[in-house]
Design a protein around this ligand. Structure first.
Ligand code: 13P
Ligand code: SF4
Length: 369
């Protein structure tokens, strides 16, 4: 987590080099994929309170019978988050999800999140069964970084250490030297920079540019973005700050640079929740997916949480601070995958073996160590 003091740790070059040209991949194609997935979001099917309770009890029983545990992300439906907590599972950021699944003795991990989280769990614990409520839930960063194009990009920069964000496919991780999540990206790149290494970063250009500014490292960046965080705009934050003048601004580093510059705290989802607790302000403007409010409000019951405005509205708003893929996880499909042991995550063993090396570096990294 970074508290914005206005002083970066190192002086950064004025221009960030964003080299990869994937405009063809991330234009109309991506929009139509998002729309298709938005149309399938199962939670639009309203369940009555009684139906919810019946499903919850069925899931609880199956978790016990099958020695299974729920590993959920903060952006999933609060009903899933509550169930994970009540049954000894976890609700967390992507790094803690990976660690929890890796260390837990369950035979089956039910990963409620997006594809890369299920793949990471399977690569780290191949002997466990990893299932997901849906295998369709992906991520714009993963979609926007096809393995073949990425590999060609790496070939153009053989002198660089390849650092990829966890929000990537197993194939992309297999081509990388390091995997990082937003909670340790700055620390890992700072460490590599101190060792004299030049970095090739993918896929999130905003997170990459933030890391570059924080560390001063020599980085070339892939041109990807998160469709949810990209919609936060500096102008919207400035306007809402006029209304809530004493509010702290909490920003996930997948947001554009102009939004990050207005932040009091920049960090992963878990780090933003920790900051909400530690900061003295009574009001928080939060620039990340709205799913985080369930756990954040639990952490700070007396504080007022305000969602940062997104750039779009109506027809132009593709996410409105709600990840369409995280939203595909619901009670119904969670029950179904557990009952039938369907939606198993499988990763090609040769790819998994290579991805494991870069993931293990992430798992064993200790800041300052
Ligand atoms: P965190 O690791 O901060 O939870 O981020 C994962 C993610 O996909 C955010 O959009
Ligand atoms: Fe990917 Fe953005 Fe959704 Fe996170 S919020 S899973 S980065 S699309």
């Amino acid at each position: 987590m970074t508290v914005n003091t206005g002083n970066n740790r190192a002086s950064a070059p004025s221009d960030i080099v964003v080299e990869a040209d994937i405009s063809a991949v991330v234009s109309e194609d991506l929009r139509s994929i998002v729309q298709r997935h938005l149309n399938q979001v199962p939670n639009s099917v309203e369940l009555s309170a009684a139906e919810q309770e019946t499903i919850r009890q069925q899931i609880k029983q199956l978790l016990r019978e099958k020695n299974a545990v729920i590993v959920a992300h903060y952006y999933t439906d609060p009903l899933i988050q509550a169930l994970a907590e009540e049954t000894g599972g976890i609700v967390s950021d992507s790094l803690e999800m990976a660690r929890f699944g890796n260390n837990h003795p369950a035979d089956t991990l039910v990963v409620a999140g997006v594809k890369f989280m299920g793949e990471t769990a399977k690569i780290l614990t191949p002997d466990k069964q990893v299932i997901m409520p849906t295998l369709e839930a992906t991520c714009s960063l993963d979609i926007g970084c096809p393995a073949d194009d990425f590999s060609a990009f790496c070939d153009q920069h053989p002198d660089r250490t390849v650092v990829v964000y966890a929000n990537t496919s197993a194939e992309v991780k297999a081509r990388a030297d390091w995997v990082v999540t937003s909670s340790i990206a700055v620390d890992v790149v700072e460490h590599l920079d101190a060792c004299g290494e030049k970095i090739l970063w993918a896929p999130d250009k905003y997170l990459g540019s933030y890391v570059q500014k924080q560390t001063g490292a020599d980085m070339v960046l892939w041109d990807g973005s998160c469709i949810v965080h990209e919609e936060f705009k500096a102008q919207g934050i400035e306007q809402i700050k006029q209304v809530y003048q004493d509010a702290a601004v909490l920003v996930h580093p997948e947001s554009p640079q102009s939004v990050i510059e207005l932040a009091d705290v920049v960090g992963s989802t878990s780090q933003l929740i920790a900051a909400a607790k530690q900061l003295p302000q009574r009001q928080m403007v939060v620039a990340t997916d709205q799913g985080i409010f369930y756990k954040m409000q639990q952490a700070v019951p007396d504080k007022e949480l305000i969602i940062a405005p997104t750039g779009g509205n109506g027809a132009t708003c593709r996410s409105c601070a709600n990840c369409p893929w995280m939203g595909m996880n619901g009670l119904n499909n969670l029950l179904s995958c557990l009952e039938n042991e369907t939606n198993r995550v499988e990763v090609d063993p040769a790819i998994a073996a290579r991805a494991l090396k870069s993931l293990q570096r992430m798992m064993s990294f200790k800041a300052g160590g």
